[in-house]
Design a protein around this ligand. Structure first.
Ligand code: SF4
Length: 944
């Protein structure tokens, strides 16, 4: 290891370190502008010049490696003068018109200008570019402040894997441009804001924050959108979020995040829904309830909402629950839905409410509609239904990735950028299987464009080839798996010729893919809803587990089974037992856990367990609400009237139901059917935890108060009696009221409902959930990286599962055969519809449609059609068209594109009303997981 002397101090350095890294590592400050530790070294700004004994002239510290015995001076008088000179040169072209200077204390550039007392020219230069020169809603462009450090160019290429920014012209005319001088969005900018985050001068800035002033506080929390779980900083001024920022690891210190400086457009610019004018600011009940009229006969203004205070709303709901419980003790007349948008603590309370207070297992959430097949399939194959590896180890150490049914760069964008970097920087072999030419196929070694609903045939076909060529991992199979021979025999008929006929993938490509995935080990398999939302969802997952066992890809970094969970806390909601068949920590309700939880919650075990699973699932609850089996639904943050399949039917059920309590932050589509609306808090308004897709539990912190009415309705009312509330607090108070009315007083450390804060609920979760036993608010608040299982308070967490064995002992191969989808195209409905998500929106769109910039860029449903199908029907690009199925119709704007193959149509599910694709989708369910087949149904197209 080279030893050097810096400013007369002996410093041990690492081989290959630059002077800059060595000096900073030893605590010396060297100024930089073009340098950033996340980016390649440009060595162009010359601000990091230092003196090195024996070198004539100054040396750039960022690009000069240390060598043994080097003697370095970082702040000699000559160096300081040189730096001042560099800064004064840059000031010759730097023009700040002051448009954004009130929004930050300073910039990196101006801090060094001040530090070295550099002076600009006596006559300030005139602006040489237009200010705010790009029309996009997110990135403020003012090239008058550009100092040509090229950090934006390198961030776009190296962090984001995009190539939007570039350098144009030469000499004094050199400038930074987007694309070939095109608007940013036309240059395929993904609006991630990385260029802004890395810009040291404010030449690129956050447009949504211009003119809003400086923050009065900055709160570190976790993104509320997708399951990647990025860390971010909410910049707050006067109780409003005015900007989202990120910090490099050096700035974060001990706090760990999955994303470094990266965010996607939703995380960085989708925060303004928090302050949207449509937020619910207090509880509401229908007028007919206050008038004592029956719902069925209520019309006109009797159905209007009336704002009431919390005691009135919660007492009304509690009394109704007590009445229903008394009239129908069994089978239970209640359904309870948790929410993948809400915290672990809130979801824990929802299932405790269902089981302890209402005494039923009718509790579920939207995982039913996205990854219930993953949970069931992986439990059968290996014993647990979670992602086995971490995003970081997959991105850094996998030699190959099989990405199937996951539009990762749009749905899990920051993980998508990690995969793009892995391809660009270290040659990751990426095999993408997807019916659409999704964006990441541009980075793939191979794209297998199979027909929707043929995943099993595709995977079986590759495994057939692997076995024929003896590319399988015989030793791993012998040591760690069972039922191999039956499985191997079942693959005999999946010849490349047959599989090619089923899937539409050329036989040569099947062989190529099988070879790549077998040779480049470790290989990680990644999937999302393209695999799970089928009537064969569980079988699809089993076939992917078969593939990874066949190749021995478990237990090491860069391997494993890696389902990407969709919403921010869908993993956590599952972990918390918001499922009809398990208590928190996946403890079966039919096993010993029933007695444990009865004891913890001081209640009798729930009986009788006649249903399989022992409670109703989401879709069954909606059905049961319509036919009277259920009399009350208590729904937290789920928009059933938008996200259920076959919506005409689902909405009909909701309309017929007796009493619906909806706890939400907006009057969603489901609010139309609600009797009581309880105003919850958004992610920025409460404390708690989310668990991301890689089982990592992360802190959520309150940055702003929940919204309230401008003033109490009457003088008697205090602000506390009105206003939105943290959801855990609403559920806890409702539980106290129901138990009180029933005269029940459950006693014990985990039995009551008097929580002072979310940290107390987390402590209760840890007490009853073995995999969360070592998770505490104190550890999370310190920024510890905790991936469950965390069995005790000093356990460091478990980044990789299945290292030595599987939770079920041996991994089990399953015989899985191709089955057709429930409804395939025919003469009447000749096209196949598949649905999915887009970068600028998120799930039902309740939040992103209320984020101004996101909605501006993507304001409506777009329908992708192959020109071969569109042209004979007379459709032009951009024309309004209608998709019709046997169940209903929806409208959207046609996009003629070869992203979809001929015969396939794609639409997203983010928009309500006539644009909602779920009027068309089918409610055919996987028989085990009860997940609907959102990915395949038969449709025809008409002029809109
Ligand atoms: Fe948020 Fe996901 Fe985007 Fe990260 S990738 S900023 S978690 S939406």
């Amino acid at each position: 290891m080279p030893s050097v002397t810096i400013n007369d101090e002996r410093v041990q350095t690492a081989e290959g370190q630059s002077i800059l890294e060595a000096a900073r590592g030893a605590g010396f400050t060297i100024p930089t502008l073009c340098y950033h530790p996340d980016l390649s070294v440009a060595g162009s700004c010359r601000l990091c010049l230092v003196d090195v004994e024996g070198h004539s002239g100054h040396v750039p510290a960022c690009s000069q490696p240390v060598s043994d015995g080097m003697v370095i001076q970082t702040e000699s008088a000559a160096v300081v003068a040189a730096r001042r000179f560099v800064l004064e040169l840059l000031l010759q072209r730097y023009v700040d018109r002051g448009d954004t200077s009130g929004d930050r204390d300073s910039t990196e550039f101006l801090r060094w200008v001040k530090h070295y007392q550099a002076r600009g020219p006596a006559e300030p230069p005139a602006a040489h570019c237009p200010v705010n020169s790009d029309a996009n809603p997110f990135v403020w462009v003012d090239m008058n402040k550009c100092i040509m450090c090229t950090r934006c160019v390198r961030a776009c290429q190296e962090v984001q894997g995009r190539f939007v920014w570039g350098v144009a012209e030469r000499g004094t005319q050199t400038t930074i441009v987007a694309g070939a001088g095109t608007p940013l969005l036309d240059a395929r900018c993904e609006s991630c804001g990385a260029c802004v985050a890395y810009c040291p001068t404010g030449a690129l800035d956050d447009k949504m924050s211009v003119g809003l002033g400086k923050p009065d506080r900055v709160v570190s929390t976790t993104c509320a959108y997708c399951g990647v779980g990025c860390g971010l900083d909410l910049n707050v001024r006067n109780d409003r979020v005015i900007r989202v920022t990120t910090r490099s690891q050096a700035e974060l210190g001990r706090e760990t995040r999955v994303n470094g400086m990266s965010l996607c457009v939703k995380g960085r610019y989708g925060y303004d829904f928090v302050h949207h004018s449509e937020r619910l600011t207090g509880p509401r009940v229908r007028r007919y309830l206050l008038d004592g009229k029956p719902k069925a006969s209520a019309t006109g203004s009797e159905r209007d909402w009336v704002e009431v205070d919390w005691p009135a709303a919660l007492e009304l709901v509690a009394r109704k629950m007590v009445e229903v419980a008394r009239e129908r003790p069994q089978p239970s007349a209640f359904g309870v839905l948790g929410s993948a948008k809400c915290t672990n603590e809130e979801n824990y309370l929802m299932q405790k409410f269902a089981r302890q207070v209402l005494r039923c297992h009718n509790v579920d959430h939207c995982a039913r509609l996205c990854h219930s097949s993953t949970v069931a399939g992986l439990a059968m194959a290996v014993g647990t239904g979670a992602m086995s590896n971490s995003m970081k180890d997959v991105a850094e150490q996998a030699r190959a990735v099989f990405l199937i049914g996951s539009n990762v760069t749009e749905q899990h964008p920051v993980f998508g950028t990690m995969l793009r970097q892995a391809v660009l920087e270290r040659g990751l072999e990426l095999v993408v299987a997807d019916p659409r030419k999704i964006d990441i196929t541009e980075f793939a070694t191979l794209h297998l464009q199979h027909r929707p609903g043929t995943d099993i045939a595709l995977v079986n076909g590759m495994m057939h080839i692997i076995l024929k060529n003896a590319w399988h991992h015989a030793d791993f199979i012998a040591r760690r798996c069972e039922n191999f021979q039956a499985f191997a025999d079942s693959l005999e008929s999946y010849t490349p010729v047959r599989v090619s006929a089923i899937t539409g993938v050329p036989a040569d490509n099947l062989v190529h893919a099988a070879r790549v995935l077998s040779v480049a080990r470790p290989m990680a398999t990644i999937w999302a809803m393209g695999i799970t939302q089928h009537t064969t969802g569980v079988l699809n997952v089993l076939s992917l587990a078969n593939l990874q066992m066949l190749l021995g890809n478990f237990g090491v970094p860069g391997s494993g089974v890696n389902p990407l969970r969709g919403q921010n806390n869908v993993q956590g909601a599952c972990d918390m037992g918001v499922l009809p068949n398990v208590y928190p920590g996946y403890q079966a309700v039919t096993g010993n856990a029933a007695a444990l939880f009865a004891s913890a919650w001081a209640t009798d075990p729930i009986a009788p367990l006649t249903h399989d699973p022992p409670g109703l699932t989401v879709t069954e609850m909606v059905e049961g609400f319509g036919d009277g089996r259920l009399r009350m639904l208590y729904v937290l943050g789920e928009d059933l009237a938008l996200t259920e399949p076959d919506l005409n039917h689902a909405r009909g059920c909701l309309a017929k139901g007796e009493f619906l309590v909806l706890q939400e932050i907006f009057p969603s589509d489901t609010a139309e059917f609600a009797d009581v609306l309880l105003a919850g808090a958004a992610f920025a308004e409460k404390f708690g935890t989310f668990t991301n897709t890689e089982r990592r539990v992360q802190a959520v912190r309150q940055a702003v108060p929940p919204p309230s009415l401008p003033a109490p309705l009457s003088e008697k009312e205090g602000r506390e009696a009105r206003g939105a509330r943290a959801d855990w607090a609403i559920t806890a108070e409702l539980a106290r009221r129901v138990l009180n009315l029933q005269g029940r007083r459950p006693r014990g450390p985990q039995a009551g409902w008097d929580y002072a804060g979310a940290d107390e609920i987390l402590a209760e979760i840890a007490a009853v959930t073995p995999s969360y036993a070592g998770v505490s608010w104190a550890r999370l608040d310190r920024g510890e990286r905790l991936q469950w299982p965390v069995p005790h308070a000093t356990h460091p967490g478990t980044p990789i599962l299945h290292v030595d064995d599987f939770p079920r002992g041996l991994g089990r191969f399953h015989v899985v055969d191709h089955l057709p989808a429930a409804e395939l195209p025919d003469q009447d409905y000749p096209l196949l519809l598949t649905t999915g998500r887009v970068l600028y929106h998120w799930h039902g769109g309740e939040l992103t449609r209320r984020a101004r910039g996101l909605q501006e860029v993507y304001p409506e449903t777009l329908i992708e059609i192959n020109p071969e199908d569109a042209v004979p029907l007379g459709f032009a690009d951009g024309e309004q068209i209608r998709i019709r199925s046997r169940r209903g119709a929806m409208v959207g704007r046609a996009v003629l594109t070869e992203r979809v193959a001929s015969g396939v149509v794609f639409a997203n599910f983010h928009f309500p009303g006539a644009q909602n694709v779920n009027y068309v989708t089918i409610a055919a369910l996987d028989p085990v997981a009860k997940i609907p087949e959102f990915k395949v149904c038969a449709v025809k197209l008409e002029k809109g």
